[in-house]
Design a protein around this ligand. Structure first.
Ligand code: CA
Length: 233
C-alpha cells in the first residue's frame, strides 16, 4: 500500500504531526488540514484514499465534513473511507448513533501506531473483493442488487450510494446466504477487531442500510444478530 494518499484533518498540531510522521514512516503520502473548510478544499485537490478526521474542528466540525465527503460520493466522486477521531468514548457513542458514515472511530488519547493499524485495516477491507455464493456480477436481495466487483448497490434499478463499511456489512451478510451473523462476527469480519462500543457500531450501520435500501433488506434475529432479508417486509 506504499504511496497511498491520506488526508489528515486535525487542528491539534502535536497530534497531527505525530500521526503524519507515523503514517509517512510506513509509506503513506500525507496531506494535512487544520480546519473543516480547508479539509474539504484539500479533499477535492488531493483525492485521498482515506481521510483521518477529527470530530472537534474549527470552521466546520467533523460531522459536517464527513457528511459533505459522503455527499460528494453520492454525486459520483468515488467513495472515500473516513476514520474519525473523538475526544471521549461517550462522544464516540453519540457520533456512531448519528450514523454519519465514518468507517471507524478512534478515541483520544491513542497511539499513532494504533491509528496506522486502523487505517491499514480499513484500506485493506475496502480494497478487498467480497465474493458471495453467487458468482454472477450482481447478487439480488429482494429489490436490492449488489454488484460486488464494482462495489455498487441498486434498489429497484436505481443506484444507491453506500459508504465502504455499509457495503462490506451488507456483502458479508449476502455472502452468508441468509444465515445469521452475530454482532461480534460482523465486527470481526467487517471492522477486523472487537471492542466494547462495537455492537452499537454494527447497529448504527444496519440502521443506515435500512434507511437507504428499505427496512427489509436486513433481518434482525433477536438475541442473536443479523441476516440478510428475504425481500419480504
Ligand atoms: Ca480538535
Amino acid at each position: 500500500m506504499t504511496g497511498e494518499r491520506i488526508l489528515l484533518i486535525e487542528d491539534e498540531v502535536a497530534i497531527a504531526d505525530a500521526v503524519a510522521a507515523r503514517l509517512r514512516s510506513v509509506g503513506f503520502v500525507v496531506e494535512m488540514a487544520g480546519d473543516g473548510p480547508e479539509g474539504l478544499d484539500r479533499f477535492d485537490e488531493f483525492s485521498p484514499a482515506l481521510v483521518v478526521l477529527d470530530l472537534n474542528l474549527p470552521g466546520l466540525d467533523g460531522l459536517e465534513v464527513c457528511r459533505r465527503i459522503q455527499a460528494k460520493a453520492a454525486e459520483g466522486v468515488r467513495s472515500t473511507p473516513v476514520v474519525m477521531l473523538t475526544a471521549r468514548d461517550d462522544e464516540t457513542d453519540i457520533v456512531v448513533g448519528l450514523g454519519v458514515g465514518a468507517d471507524d472511530y478512534l478515541t483520544k488519547p491513542f497511539s499513532p501506531r494504533e491509528l496506522v493499524a486502523r487505517v491499514q485495516a480499513v484500506l485493506r477491507r475496502v480494497g478487498e473483493q467480497v465474493v458471495g455464493p453467487d458468482p454472477s456480477p450482481r447478487t439480488l436481495v429482494g429489490e436490492v442488487e449488489l454488484e460486488l466487483a464494482s462495489r455498487r448497490a441498486f434498489r429497484r434499478g436505481d443506484e444507491v450510494h453506500l459508504t465502504p463499511t455499509e457495503f462490506d456489512l451488507l456483502a458479508r451478510l449476502v455472502a452468508r446466504g441468509g444465515a445469521v451473523l452475530t454482532r461480534d462476527q460482523l465486527l470481526h469480519q467487517v471492522w477486523g477487531y472487537r471492542d466494547g462500543s462495537g455492537p452499537r457500531t454494527v447497529d448504527s450501520h444496519v440502521r443506515a442500510l435500512r434507511r437507504k435500501l428499505g427496512p427489509d433488506v436486513i433481518r434482525t434475529v433477536h438475541g442473536v444478530g443479523y441476516s440478510v432479508g428475504d425481500g419480504k417486509a
